[in-house]
Design a protein around this ligand. Structure first.
Ligand code: SF4
Length: 311
């Protein structure tokens, strides 16, 4: 499958089947914390980047084998609202399944009335909002120059006002970049303007696009949560957990491949015939298990096994 990946199990969405509507790293932002690496196609052109007909066919085939999916989630290799067929895709999905539809977006295209209209039939939308001022917005999200944070905020607010579904705002906090008292004060005001159903706080717990994008520690996240108000929760997972067993063939194949040589997500996805997001899911599991780490070389981010210290 080219456009469908997973299912991915998460605390937020239960069991979710991913739907990817754009080619790898097609985005109007180039966030310093992006887990997929730097944006290679920075654009705000809306077009049918991938065929909606193909996506729907793949989705129907995937659903004929999977029966316990909680959400169909538009997310993936870039910004899903850049596909001009997004509204059509949601409508078609609603025509053949009762599974809830979620859209994870950077929120920038909610400036557009057309995009807001297309998203109305979804059940859950999770826009990111990592800044409340233009200066910090440019530092953390590195958007296209034509995008103003005030217009993005106003777009999210207008969408929430008209939307009958659920809207959670996700804020990614980066140490020393968007966590100053001034920015958090502005953020608190923006949250009360938008009035999301929930605010989910995240931080850089996985290898970012830029090595200087550092996480807040748990205590700092808790302080921000208290400051931002009662609808706020921390969703970042800190620290290595008990290594889970390598569950699937794909995960084993990635682990074996990385033991031979370091590789990027794209190298692994191309080499093993996996979707980049599916590859990312297994990479995250291996990082969480303390088995592999990221290293930068040139402009790229590679993953390699962590060597055990010799005694
Ligand atoms: S984190 Fe999302 S919005 Fe930011 S560059 Fe990556 S894909 Fe784009």
């Amino acid at each position: 499958m080219k456009h469908i990946y997973g299912p991915v199990s998460s605390r937020r969405l239960g069991l979710s089947l991913g739907v990817d509507l754009v080619p790898f790293k097609t985005c109007n932002f180039d966030c310093i914390y992006c887990q997929l690496g730097r944006t290679t196609r920075k654009t705000e052109k809306r077009r049918e980047w991938v065929s909606i007909e193909e996506v729907i066919e793949e989705l129907k085939a995937a659903l004929s084998c999977e029966h316990k999916i909680d959400y169909l989630t538009f997310s993936g290799s870039g910004e899903p609202t850049l596909n001009s067929g997004l509204g059509e895709a949601i409508k078609k999905i609603k025509g053949f399944t009762a599974i809830q539809v979620a859209v994870l977006t950077n929120g920038a295209l909610l400036r557009s009335a057309e995009v807001r209209e297309e998203l109305m039939e979804s059940d859950l939308i999770v826009p990111s909002l990592d800044a409340a001022s233009q200066r910090v917005f440019e530092k953390v999200n590195r958007p296209l120059p034509s995008i103003s944070i005030e217009e993005v905020i106003e777009g999210i607010r207008a969408f929430k006002k008209a939307y009958r579904g659920t809207l959670w705002l996700e804020i990614m906090l980066v140490k020393g970049v968007n966590d100053s008292p001034d920015e958090l004060q502005r953020m608190r005001e923006v949250i009360s303007r938008i009035a999301p159903h929930k605010v989910q706080l995240n931080t850089v717990v996985r290898p970012p696009s830029e090595a200087y994008a550092l996480p807040l520690i748990r205590e700092e996240m808790d302080k921000v949560r208290v400051f931002l108000g009662s609808q706020c929760e921390v969703i970042a997972r800190f620290g290595p957990r008990e290594p889970p067993p390598l569950e699937r063939e794909e995960e084993k194949a990635i682990w074996e491949s990385l033991q031979r040589r370091p590789a990027t997500i794209k190298d692994l996805a191309d080499g093993l015939g996996l979707h980049p997001n599916e590859t990312l899911k297994y990479i995250k599991k291996l990082i969480d298990a303390g088995k592999i780490e990221a290293i930068s070389f040139g402009n790229k981010r590679y993953y390699k096994p962590i060597k055990k210290k010799e005694r």
